[in-house]
Design a protein around this ligand. Structure first.
Ligand code: FMN
Length: 355
């Protein structure tokens, strides 16, 4: 595969000298301005390349131009949708959005380990809230599939979680192509307990009833899971999801497992305290989850595979395992925006990749 000139390779040392959250803020400011300057999006499209038509997939009643999507958490507020589209993403999951605005955890709360393409984060759902994000979604670009990932506010008690998910669903669902229920962030205390079938069943029943009430029966709902469930817990959660009648699963979110960190960095990661890990080291663990989940899922319930995916080959492996689509986050930080085009081209060149 030929490699096009990639300016990120030159900028990366500079970007990585900045504090990660400052780099994020600067990138979003620049991106926000750039996507409004005439010609910038066409240039980005020309440099990255549109997905090969052979990559298109019909999943969940939607036509995805590529199976490679942006995972939740990077564009929480739906600020850069035109840019993501120009980079070649087949879809973008915005959020997590909480019903009311909240600041998230105190900074610093993101840490990178470039030697092993690993990120530790404890953002804690910093969110502008559904009203602001819904206003932006009203002007979303045409021709890009957008998922809305929703969560609960920190101060909302676990037993009142349904009210928060319902409020966020009401505001976001009519403006997106699918909704993801995030019950797996490790950075909102107690959130992951919603994965237990006793808590999950009433939550899903409530959201499905609301979807019906809103006349959105055809809109896919997916549930995003953590990679830290034990095998039996995972099976029970998957069974509860399947029985509920939602359309699919997204797996996985970040992990609490410090064993995925190299010995060189483990002490440093432990000293940094709480947070979820993502990136290359998560790949093996996430793949085990994908394979276990796929064994239990009926064909019509779809899996979006996420966790450590960073190349066309990684994406192809997940798709061959049976995932319908893949999502990336950390690898984009380490490899830069042109990764998406490279993954699309690599996937399109693979003869064993079947639609
Ligand atoms: C800084 C950061 C913030 C994230 N925020 C969210 C979030 O708000 N909601 C969510 O569902 N996942 C969030 N994630 C998890 C990612 O969507 C993804 O599931 C995880 O990073 C594993 O994929 P990766 O190895 O490709 O990064 C976040 C990840 C990172 C690194």
């Amino acid at each position: 595969m030929t490699r096009a000139f990639d300016p990120y390779a030159l900028l990366r040392p500079l970007i990585f000298r900045m504090n990660p959250e400052t780099a994020h803020t600067v990138a979003f400011r620049l991106g926000g301005v750039a996507q409004r300057v005439p010609g910038v999006l066409s240039l980005a499209r020309a440099m990255c390349g549109a997905p090969d038509p052979g990559l298109a997939r019909d999943v969940l009643g939607l036509k995805f131009p590529s199976p490679v999507g942006l995972a939740a958490g990077l564009d929480k507020g739906a600020e850069l949708l035109p840019l993501w589209k120009a980079l070649g993403f087949g879809f973008v999951e915005i959020g997590t959005v909480t019903p009311r605005p909240q600041a998230g955890n105190p900074k610093p709360r993101i840490f990178r380990f470039p030697e092993e393409n690993l990120i530790l984060n404890r953002m804690g759902f910093n969110s502008e809230g559904v009203d602001v994000v819904a206003r932006r979604l009203k002007n979303r670009p045409k021709g890009l599939i957008v998922g809305g990932n929703i969560g609960k506010n920190k101060e909302t008690a676990e037993e009142d979680a349904l009210a928060d998910y319902a409020a966020a669903f009401r505001a976001v669902a009519p403006l997106v192509d699918y909704v993801a229920l995030n019950i797996s962030s490790p950075n909102t205390p107690g959130l992951r307990r919603l994965q237990a079938p006793e808590a999950l069943k009433p939550l899903l029943e409530g959201i499905l009833a609301l979807r019906k009430e809103m006349g959105l029966e055809n809109q896919p709902i997916l549930v995003k899971l953590a990679p830290d469930l034990g095998p039996e817990e995972l099976d029970a959660t998957v069974d509860a999801v399947v029985e509920s009648g939602v359309s699919g699963l997204i797996a996985t979110n970040t992990t609490l497992d410090r064993n995925i960190v190299s010995e060189m960095n483990r002490g440093k990661v432990e000293a940094l305290g709480m947070g979820g890990l993502s990136g290359r080291g998560l790949k093996i663990k996430a793949r085990e989850i994908h394979r276990r989940v796929l064994k239990r899922l009926p064909r019509e319930i779809k899996l979006m595979a996420c966790g450590g995916i960073g190349s066309g080959e990684d994406a192809a492996v997940a798709l061959q395992d049976g995932a319908a689509l893949v999502q990336i986050y950390s690898s984009l930080i380490f490899e830069g925006p042109m990764l998406v085009g490279r993954m699309n081209r690599d996937l399109a060149e693979r003869t064993y990749y079947t639609n």
